[in-house]
Design a binder for this molecule. Sequence first.
Ligand SMILES: [Zn+2]
Length: 351
Amino acid sequence: MSQAAADRYAWTEPAVEDLGAGVYRIPLPLPMDGLKAVNVYAIADPGGVDLIDAGIALVPAREQLAAGLRQIGYELGDVRNFFVTHMHIDHYSLAVELRKTFHSVISLGEEERANLVATREMVNGRGNRFFGIDGLHRLGALELVTELSAQHRQPPALVDWEDPDRWVADGTDLDLRTRTLRAVHTPGHTRGHLIFHDAAAEIMFAGDHVLPHITPSIGFEAAPHRLALRDYLSSLARTLALPDARLLPAHGPVTGSTHERVNELLAHHDLRLAETHQAVQAGHASPYEVAKAIKWTRHQRLFGDLDLFSRVQAVNETAAHLEVLAVRGQVTREVSADGTELYQMAALAGD
Ligand SMILES: [Zn+2]
């Protein structure tokens, strides 16, 4: 591994990071290809500990959480609260498992309700087995549907998708013993994503809404909706309207400024929207065709060089950008006889 690559993954090392004032970063391992670890943040006081996010319900994550807590003088049974940013398996599932033994209280954004309902339907066999697949037909990506059905991928963990104890509304002030966290609804990555902002301490627990190294996937959820990217861009604007803060992300190292990273993410999506628009102008019509016409990842890779899972995400991501262009009146959408969605340049006013 090059030095740059080694530095890039330094945050995944299983070591507790003391962030000061009773806040600790505890990275937990993940079995996913792209995401090597997830950060759980412990907020400690003499009576116990509250956690932001929980990790995945697998033995290595559970053991590393126990070891991290032990290092700062606590046990799993000392966890009073899990404040979970969103319902993705790598953030939520270990909280559900630990609650069975330790009776800790789980809080989750109230707009995640639809995702939990849809996920339960999915795992009970009444829906598709993976997120992002239902729409592939209409996005023109039949080839991917065929490839996926040839695979029998199992979900990485057996999870009980139980409800949290508490559904948290936008703007709720969470009174912890040492500080108050404002829960701010930031839909986009998922429809019910929350960030937890401590204005007094100038820190933001950003979950997957603002990540330092990668651009968060958009609308990768069991109950997706067309305008997830529009919501995400609004949520970024909302985050910029809050005072600048230290960025405590769920994946990646702690960095100095939420504003700096939000501006980079906004610039990234502006560029993506422009590239998507150009691809439509060049005659690519379905989200699948457009996805194949543009470059992917910060390494400018060809669509065909991505793994299958990334290609599914890329098509969904492209569709999300096309929908924003449609809402802005830059392209129009129609549905072909076989049900594929096709985009074309909007007629200019006065034509
Ligand atoms: Zn996530």
